[in-house]
Write a protein that binds this ligand. Sequence first.
Ligand code: SOE
Length: 402
Amino acid sequence: MTSTPPPPADAAATVPALRVGMVGHAFMGAAHSHAWRTAGRFFDLPRRVEMAAVCGRDAASVRASAERYGWESCETDWRALVARPDIDVVDICTPGDSHAPIALAALAAGKHVLCEKPLANSVAEAEEMAGAAERARAAGVRSMVAFNYRRVPAMALARQLVADGRLGRIHQVRASYLQDWLVDPEFPLAWRLRKDRAGSGALGDLGAHSIDAAQYLTGRRIASVGALLETFVTERPLPASSSGLSGTASGERGAVTVDDAAVFTARFEGGAIGVFEATRFATGHKNAMRIEISGSLGSIAFDAESMNELAFHDRTEDAATAGFRRLLVTEPTHPYMDAWWPPGHLIGYEHSFTHQVRDFVTAVAEGTDPRPSFAEGLQVQRVLAAVESSAAALGVHIPVTS
Ligand code: SOE
C-alpha cells in the first residue's frame, strides 16, 4: 500500500525573519523599499525580509509611503523606530546630517545598519560611526554603506576583470558623474544645496560614488588629491516643497552653501593617477556615472546610462582586430544575473539596490562583514575632505602667464 507523502513544509516559514526599519522615504527610501520587497522574491535569501516599519516626520506622508511600498507600520520619530525590540536592521535613507545620530543610536541598540552615502557630513562624524561599527562588530552587529553602483552587474564584472589581472598594471582612472538637474537658476534651494544638511554638493552626492567606484575597481586607495570646486548659482528661491530631485519655489531666496561642480586629480597608492569630475550642471546628462580604467594589458569603461554594458579592451589580442568590445552583461554567469531574465533582457537602476539588499542580508545571516564597511565609508569621507581642503587652498592653481 502506498501512503500519500506529507505536503512539503512551507519553506519560507522555516527561514528565520529579519525585520527591517527604514528611516526616510523619499527618492532613496523608495529605491530601498523596492529592494527590500524584491530581493527575497528573486534571490534565495537566508533570511525572510519583513518590512516592519518606515519612519518620516510627517505622519500623513509616511503613512502614505507605508501603504504604497508595503511597510507594516510607521513611526514619526527615528528614536522610536530604533528603540523597537522587533526591529533587527535600521536602514538610513535620510539627508546626511542625520546619518551619524541614527547610525550611532542603532548600533548602540544592537541593530544592523545599512546607511546611504556619503557615510556622513564630516570626517569627525564618519570616524565616530566607523569606531562604533567596529565595536558593534565584535557583538555580531553588521554595518554597510550603500554605494549601490558596486552592485551593478557590469561594475561587479569590471572588478572581477581587474582582480583577475586582465588589465595588468593600472595606470589611469577617468571618472565623471554628470547630471544637469540644477542648471535652472530658479530650481529651489533643496536640502542637497545646503552644507548643514548635505555636507557638500555635487562632490559628496556624486563624487563620493566615483571615489568609491575607483577604489573598489582598482583595489587601491586614493592617497592625495588636487581640486577645484565651483558654485555657479550662489542664491536660489527657498523651497515651498521639495522631494528627491524636484521641488517648488517660494517667494524668498537663500544662499547656496555647497559646490555645484567639483573637479580633481588624484594619486592612488601603487602609482596610478586619476581625474574626476562631479557636476549637476552638465546640460544634457541626466545620470551619467562613468568610469574608465586603463591598464598595461587593457581597459574597461562603464557608463550608468547604458548600465547593462561594459566596454572592454584586451591589448593581448591581435592588434588587427583588438579594440573596445561592448560586453552585454546579461549572461547568467555574470554577477547577480542568474536571478533575472534570459540573456539580453535588460535590468535597471533599481536592481543595484536589490543586489545590495541581497548581499547585506546574506552577510548578516552568515556573520560575515558586508562591504563597503563604515571604515571604507570613512576613507571616502577623508578623500572628500581632502578635495575640499585642496580647493580651499587655491594657491596651488598657477595663473597662466600672458
Ligand atoms: C542625486 O544627485 C542622486 O539621487 C544621488 O543622491 C544618488 O546617490 C545617485 O545614485 C543618483 O543621483
